[in-house]
Design a protein around this ligand. Structure first.
Ligand code: ATP
Length: 227
C-alpha cells in the first residue's frame, strides 16, 4: 500500500515581466521534485514598488501567455485577487484549508529569500503549513548557527527541519529541502532596463510576452523600467 500524497509546489514572484529564467527554474524544479503540480504564484505588489503603468492584470496576462500550451506549469492567481498586502502565510493557510491535510504543499524560494525569513509575517507558522524548498546556486553557503541578524534562527530551522525530496511525497509539510540549481543569467530588472533604453530583450523571454509588451507599450519610459 502506498502512502504517496498528491504534491503541489508553488513558485512565487512578481514576474514583472515573466522571463525564461523563471520558466526554466519552475520546470526544472517540477521535474526534480517530481511533483504533480507546479504553480506560478504572482504576488500582489505593494503600490510603491509597482512599475508605473504595469498593473497586476498586465503581469497576469503576460504569465498566461507564457504558459499557453504548457501542461507542466499552472498559474495560481489567488494573491493577485486578494486586496492589500500579500503574506505567504495567508496564502498557505488558504491553500491548506482548500486542499485539506492530505496534500503535500511545497513553497519554493531562493536562498536569498530564506535568509530574510525571520522578518516574514508569522514565519514560524510556514513550516506547519507546507514544506519549504530552497533553491541555492552552486557554491552556496548556508547560514551558521550562532550568527547574528536572524541568520542563527535560519540555521537552526535548517537543522531542525532538514529533509529530502522523498519527504515531500509522504508528508503534507514540515520539511526544508535545499536544492542546488543553476540560474539562467536573466532578470526582470535587466529586461525592463533594455526596453526603457530602446534595446531589444528578444530571446530572454517568450515571443508572445514580448509581443504583449510591444502591443501595450509597457516599460517604455525610464520610470517604468524601474531604473
Ligand atoms: P526583478 O529583477 O524585478 O527583481 P526577477 O527577475 O528577480 O525580478 P522575480 O519576479 O522577483 O524575478 O522572481 C520570482 C522568482 O524567480 C524568485 O524566486 C527569484 O528568485 C526567481 N528568479 C529570478 N530570476 C531567476 C532566474 N534567472 N533563474 C531562476 N530563478 C529566478
Amino acid at each position: 500500500m502506498s502512502n504517496k500524497l498528491h504534491t503541489i509546489a508553488l513558485f512565487g514572484g512578481t514576474f514583472d515581466p515573466v522571463h525564461f529564467g523563471h520558466l526554466r527554474m519552475a520546470l526544472e524544479l517540477r521535474q526534480a521534485l517530481d511533483v504533480d503540480e507546479m504553480r506560478l504564484l504572482p504576488s500582489h505588489q505593494p503600490r510603491h514598488r509597482q512599475s508605473p503603468g504595469i498593473s497586476a492584470e498586465h503581469r497576469r496576462q503576460m504569465l498566461a501567455l507564457a504558459l499557453e500550451g504548457c501542461d507542466e506549469l499552472q498559474l495560481d492567481e489567488r494573491e493577485l485577487k486578494r486586496p492589500g498586502p500579500t503574506y505567504t502565510v495567508d496564502t498557505l493557510e488558504e491553500l491548506r484549508a482548500e486542499l485539506g491535510e492530505q496534500v503535500s504543499i511545497s513553497f519554493c524560494m531562493g536562498l536569498d529569500s530564506l535568509l530574510t525569513l525571520p522578518s516574514w509575517h508569522r514565519w514560524q507558522r510556514l513550516l506547519q503549513l507546507a514544506h519549504l524548498v530552497v533553491v541555492a546556486r552552486p557554491g552556496w553557503k548556508l547560514p551558521q548557527k550562532g550568527s547574528g541578524g536572524g541568520q542563527g534562527e535560519v540555521a537552526e530551522l535548517l537543522e531542525k527541519h532538514a529533509g529530502g525530496i522523498a519527504d515531500l511525497h509522504v508528508q503534507p509539510g514540515g520539511h526544508l529541502v535545499v536544492r542546488e540549481q543553476t540560474l539562467l543569467p536573466i532578470s526582470a530588472t535587466h529586461i525592463r532596463h533594455l526596453i526603457g533604453s530602446g534595446q531589444s530583450p528578444r530571446y530572454l523571454l517568450p515571443a508572445a510576452v514580448l509581443q504583449y509588451i510591444e502591443d501595450n507599450q509597457l516599460y517604455r519610459t525610464a520610470a517604468t523600467s524601474g531604473q
